[in-house]
Design a protein around this ligand. Structure first.
Ligand code: ASP
Ligand code: MG
Length: 408
């Protein structure tokens, strides 16, 4: 007998009929002789509606009250799933975040789980009940309801699996696994059987929106095995696991992209110590996240001036430009250029650690298609390039072929 945590997303619990189908899936696991804890999202669209209600009250709202409102969607689905299970003859009990409790910090609207008290829910499970936990919500140190950020039920599921010492956390969603790249763009994209935590973190953070990034961090920290699978088919999904569980590691596991990038170039920045700090300091103070950065050494023998390029999210572009302009005098650049029409493409794979030439193949593949690379950045398991947005699809397809990822 194993203890398994199952997480069902919004499209899987979109209405009562879907919730009954979910209950049947849970029952199948119980009939297999397993103990089950389930965590559910709100019905599809409900959280957006609740956020919208809050925004109608005014642009600047108290996030503690935002949490009271937006956490309510999960209360409804947890109760309905417990009822659906009971109607199938499966003993079940719902649990809200404060009842366990799921302890979080008090960063309302984006709280982090600090620990889950498992005694009560384990007692219920050991009595033979399925525990249905409302996802996305917790109890802050201020004694009030918190929520974990959009997509947070993934993290509820993984944290629950860690607290219960579960065998696995199955994340049921509307895609059947993690793909080598976005199958809507590259028809030859393949579903991966396994991917490492580290690769998944890179895939998640560069825009493959399958799992909330935080959930993968928690899984990696506690060694929780995740399976991403579809609630609409019986197919096996993708396992997100430790590197040592993957026997034949591919060189490159996936190619991710993010359209949420915008580029700022400062022409003629003084080439002297302290300038980068003077530019990025005010951006950090304005809470603007800078992603990629390139700075050239000046070709000028007197080392007077150079160019500096960096990227921010599209939403932050205007504020970033304003922030830099506000410090124009201090920085002494000649010209500021901004460009929102860029996309970041990243090739990801732990195999990169032990193989040379991966980046070179990427550059060659893009060059063969006549695609100009504007910015490059690398990490231990990732090479990213910034290119013009119009070439995104062409680049994804040709890289997918270059690294031998194409399926039939
Ligand atoms: N219902 C929440 C949201 O839409 C949490 C989740 O679905 O994971 O963000
Ligand atoms: Mg989600």
């Amino acid at each position: 007998m194993a203890l398994i945590v199952q997480k069902f997303g919004g499209t899987s619990v979109a209405d009562v009929e879907h919730i009954q189908a979910v209950a049947a899936r849970v029952k199948a696991e119980v009939d297999n002789g397993n103990q089950v804890a389930v965590t559910v999202s709100a019905m599809a669209g409900v959280t957006n509606q609740l956020v919208n209600y809050v925004e109608q009250t005014g642009k600047l709202y108290d996030t503690a009250e935002y949490d009271v409102v937006v956490s309510s969607g999960e209360q409804v689905t947890s109760g309905l799933l417990a009822l659906a299970l009971q109607n199938m003859g499966v003993p079940a009990r719902s649990w809200l975040g404060w009842q366990l409790p799921v302890k979080t910090n008090s960063a309302h609207a984006k709280a982090r789980i600090e620990g889950i008290e498992a005694d009560k829910i384990l007692a219920s499970i050991n009595k033979g009940e399925v525990a249905v936990v409302a996802g996305f919500q917790g109890l802050g140190v201020d004694g009030r309801i918190t929520t974990l950020g959009r997509g947070g039920t993934d993290t509820s599921g993984v944290a629950l699996a860690a607290a219960l010492g579960a065998e696995r956390c199955d994340i049921y969603t509307d895609v059947d696994g993690v793909y080598t790249t976005d199958p809507r763009i590259v028809a030859k994209a393949r579903k991966l059987d396994k991917i490492t935590y580290e690769e998944m973190l890179e895939m998640a953070s560069v825009g493959a929106k399958v799992l909330q990034t935080r959930s993968v961090e928690v899984a990696m920290k506690h060694g929780v095995r995740i399976q991403v699978r579809s609630s609409f088919s019986q197919d096996e999904g993708t396992l997100v696991v430790n590197e040592d569980e993957i026997v034949e590691q591919e060189l490159i596991s996936g190619i991710a992209y993010s359209r949420d990038e915008a580029k700022i170039t400062l022409i003629g920045v003084a080439d002297k110590p302290g300038i980068a700090a003077r530019i990025f300091g005010p951006l950090a103070d304005a809470n603007i996240n800078v992603d990629m950065i390139v700075q050239n050494v000046s070709a000028d023998p007197a080392h007077v001036a150079t160019d500096l390029t960096f990227t921010v999210t599209k939403a932050d572009l205007e504020r970033a430009v304003e922030t830099v302009k506000a410090h124009a005098k201090d920085l002494g650049y000649k010209q500021l250029l901004s460009d929102p029409d860029v996309v970041k493409i990243s090739v990801i794979g732990v195999g990169m650690r032990s193989h040379a030439g991966i980046a070179q193949r990427m550059f060659q593949s893009l060059a063969d298609k006549g695609i100009n690379i504007q910015v490059i950045s690398t990490s231990e398991i990732k090479v990213s390039v910034l290119i013009a947005e119009e070439y995104a699809e062409l680049a994804l397809r040709s890289l997918h072929t270059t690294y031998g990822l194409d399926g039939e």
